[in-house]
Design a protein around this ligand. Structure first.
Ligand SMILES: [Fe+2]
Length: 325
């Protein structure tokens, strides 16, 4: 499946550590490695007993080094460190909400990329639930509008970036619609992270092709909702609503979607929610075969081509949410 070219975090046998979570006062007491930009090999950056100076962190940021690595011997310790630091970051009222969300997003993109790269459903589920709980805490604040959210997201086309963006947007729209109670928003977020998990079973060649897909390739790509359903269908840690997001997010209320051309209320409300933001997110993000559209262009295209295929109440609410300042 397609994984990020901008945040390839995984190195076999090593745990990626986000530089954004390190501070000179608190650096884990383990050997840290840095990836060589040219060879891709890891080299020892800092031994466990060497203190980290603020200038070191500044230099890492200036050179766009967002990840260091610890060997997997230290994996559990590093996971605990990352979770604790993320929790502190989310609560840190001395940082602006934008700053906190921006940092959180960089970190969770990396963590989720790592999980997707393993092609292991358990790993993806684990990351999805951790990430969702954290993101929802920032997304549910009254001072975070859907418009703010859009301006903070990355818009390069990668399955992981797209999945995360859709997840955040589903939470924002579900909150604005009051579709579910606040306690259910983390489940909505997990559904968003998982919605394209079927793409783990589709070849990179098709997912990243820069030319228009041939009909046969299109049929393969369009199997991803059913493939995702099959991958998750027997799990006990996924709800029916979440499963329907995976299976029905390409259905259209006018029956012109796939995999089974369901119509109207046959499509689960969470899947209808996902459809609206999924189309929107795809339009405002770069694709292998085109650049991104502006928000106005995206809405204009949706008005023209999809007005009878999306849940109207949800779509109109999303438009209002994005325009709200
Ligand atoms: Fe999809």
């Amino acid at each position: 499946m397609a994984t990020s070219t901008t945040i390839q975090t995984q190195c076999l046998g090593y745990t990626p550590i986000p530089v954004a979570l390190l501070s000179a006062e608190e650096v884990p007491a383990v050997d840290l490695y840095r990836k060589d930009a040219e060879s891709g090999r890891l080299r020892l950056y800092r031994a466990a007993d060497v203190p980290m100076q603020p200038e070191d962190l500044q230099r890492l940021n200036e050179s766009n080094t967002h990840w260091l690595y610890a060997t997997d011997i230290d994996h559990e310790q590093m996971q605990r460190f990352i979770r604790r630091k993320l929790d502190l970051l989310i609560r840190d009222e001395s940082l602006s909400l934008r700053d906190r969300f921006g940092r959180l997003n960089i970190v969770v993109e990396g963590l989720l990329t790592s999980a997707f790269e393993t092609n292991d459903t358990d790993e993806v589920m684990k990351s999805a639930s951790q990430i969702s709980a954290m993101a929802v805490r920032l997304l549910c604040r009254d001072d975070m509008t859907a418009g703010d959210l859009i301006s903070l997201l990355h818009h390069d086309y990668q399955t992981v970036t797209h999945s995360l963006n859709v997840s955040y947007m589903m939470v924002a729209l579900a909150r604005d619609l009051r579709l579910v109670g606040n306690d259910e928003l983390p489940s909505v977020a997990v559904a968003g992270v998982l919605h394209d998990i079927g793409k783990l079973s589709v070849s990179d060649r098709i997912l990243t092709k820069s030319d228009r897909l041939q009909r046969r390739e299109q049929r393969v790509a369009q199997k991803h909702p059913a493939l995702g359903f099959r991958r998750l269908g027997k799990r006990t840690d996924i709800s029916f609503a979440q499963l329907m997001v995976v299976y029905q997010h390409h259905e259209r209320t006018n029956g012109k979607g796939y995999p089974v051309s369901a119509v109207g209320d046959e499509i689960h409300p969470w899947a209808r929610l996902c459809s609206v933001v999924n189309v929107f997110e795809s339009l405002i993000s770069n694709r292998p075969y085109r650049g991104r559209y502006s928000l106005a262009e995206a809405f204009s295209m949706m008005d023209q081509h999809l007005s009878d295929g999306l849940d109207q109440e949800m779509y109109q609410c999303w438009k209002q949410s994005i325009r709200k300042k």
